[in-house]
Write a protein that binds this ligand. Structure first.
Ligand code: ATP
Length: 366
């Protein structure tokens, strides 16, 4: 099977309802998910990520398009025959059964031999570090422990693909952080392809090998976390992931992939262009707050923009500055990491300059 994609989504659409009530929950989505990959579908509520997951699981059928598993079309395969398992947000454990019985449930249903079930359950209890609670009922364990049992139960039949639908959303912040590391470990140790659904961009960036960003049923961009964060090809992606400044402008000249963009807010700024970008007049510049720094307004060597410092917000690890740019409209956010016992260098109301790091500004279509 080496070389084949674990899952291939080929021009898949899913329309709910008919006629004037027809609604495209997934709209011509295409993506290939590799073997052993931790792949995340990321997008806001209602963008279609759960529907895409349900199509892969077989709980829904595509209106058009094909879904391939290891190179085979699985349209005719019912959900229970697919070598795919799902971990739901609600865990859906059986409260009257013990941890071990829950983990072995799927294998029992498949009619596997008793000894095999005992061995698999023992291996899964070890994998999720729940040996000590094997005989406890799942109604008597914590939320984090329930999550581990749900994972063990889904992994026990050794699926080729594990689907995870916002599995960490019910956990508190600290436990969620721990489970993120735990999930990465489980995926690496089992070598199973994980397809993870979340609306939490930080979760997606920290856990995934690759991410597909979705909006309104469409997949807008697929890439590894660094590509998605540093080189968004779409305005929605730039806005949804992390904090971003947007400046409207017009391309003045292009030289070796670097555009000189004339902006109303801040004059001329150099910016990198995505490959295949064609200049069609109006563009938007995107710039991350941590890729800019304050400088003296007369420091023309460093400062590409000038403005008035409106607010300073101290966050402990860093400080956020909001600068009203020359057009008196655009509020530009920048972020500087704090140094130990550093005295404040600027005050609200100061005239300031803004220095942009090389290659930090990026051109997108307006
Ligand atoms: P969330 O994060 O809130 O779960 P999501 O991105 O997973 O959102 P989906 O559950 O896939 O979104 O839903 C996508 C869109 O399709 C939504 O507008 C939803 O209302 C609609 N939808 C989903 N299932 C059905 C259905 N069975 N009938 C009609 N519309 C549906």
């Amino acid at each position: 099977m080496a070389g084949l994609n674990a899952i291939e989504i080929r021009s898949v659409s899913k329309v709910f309802g008919f006629g004037e009530y027809a609604f495209s929950a997934v709209d011509d989505a295409s993506v290939s998910i590799r073997q052993n990959e931790f792949f995340t579908l990321l997008g806001p509520s209602g963008c279609g990520k759960t529907t895409l997951l349900r199509l892969i699981a077989g709980f829904e059928y595509p209106t058009s398009g094909e879904i391939m598993l290891n190179g085979d079309n699985i349209a005719a395969m019912p959900p229970f025959k697919r070598p795919i398992n799902t971990v739901f947000q609600s865990y859906a454990l059986f409260p009257h059964m013990t941890v071990a019985e829950n983990i072995g449930f799927g294998l029992t249903m498949l009619g596997r031999p008793k000894q095999e079930i005992r061995d698999r359950v023992a291996a899964m209890l070890k994998l999720v570090r729940m040996e000590a609670l094997a005989n406890r009922r799942t109604s008597q364990i914590s939320g984090g422990q329930q999550q581990r049992v749900a994972l063990a139960r889904a992994l026990a039949p050794q699926p080729k693909v594990l689907l995870l639908d916002e599995p960490l959303s019910a956990l508190d912040y600290k436990l969620r952080k721990d489970m993120q590391i735990e999930l990465k470990r489980l995926q690496a140790e089992t070598g199973i392809t994980f397809i993870f659904v979340t609306h939490d961009q930080e979760e997606a960036l920290t856990m995934s090998d690759r991410i597909a960003v979705m909006s309104a049923g469409k997949i807008l961009q697929v890439g590894n976390p660094r590509e998605i964060y540093d080189a968004p090809t779409d305005r929605f992606v730039a806005d949804f992931i992390g904090e971003t400044n947007f400046l409207k402008g017009r391309i003045h000249a292009v030289n070796s992939g670097i555009a000189e963009v004339e902006t109303a807010a801040a004059g001329r700024i150099s910016a990198t262009m995505p490959s295949n970008f064609s200049d069609d007049g109006e563009v938007t510049l995107v710039l991350r707050p941590e890729h800019a720094a304050l400088c003296g307004p007369a420091d023309h060597e460093r400062c590409q923009m000038t403005g008035t410092l409106e607010t300073i917000v101290y966050f402990g690890t860093d400080t956020h500055y909001h600068v009203r740019l020359a057009d008196n409209e655009t509020l530009f956010t920048l972020r500087e990491q704090n140094k130990p016992l550093q005295a404040a260098r600027y005050a609200e109301g100061d005239r300031v300059g803004v220095a942009i790091e090389p290659n930090a500004a990026r051109v997108l279509r307006s």
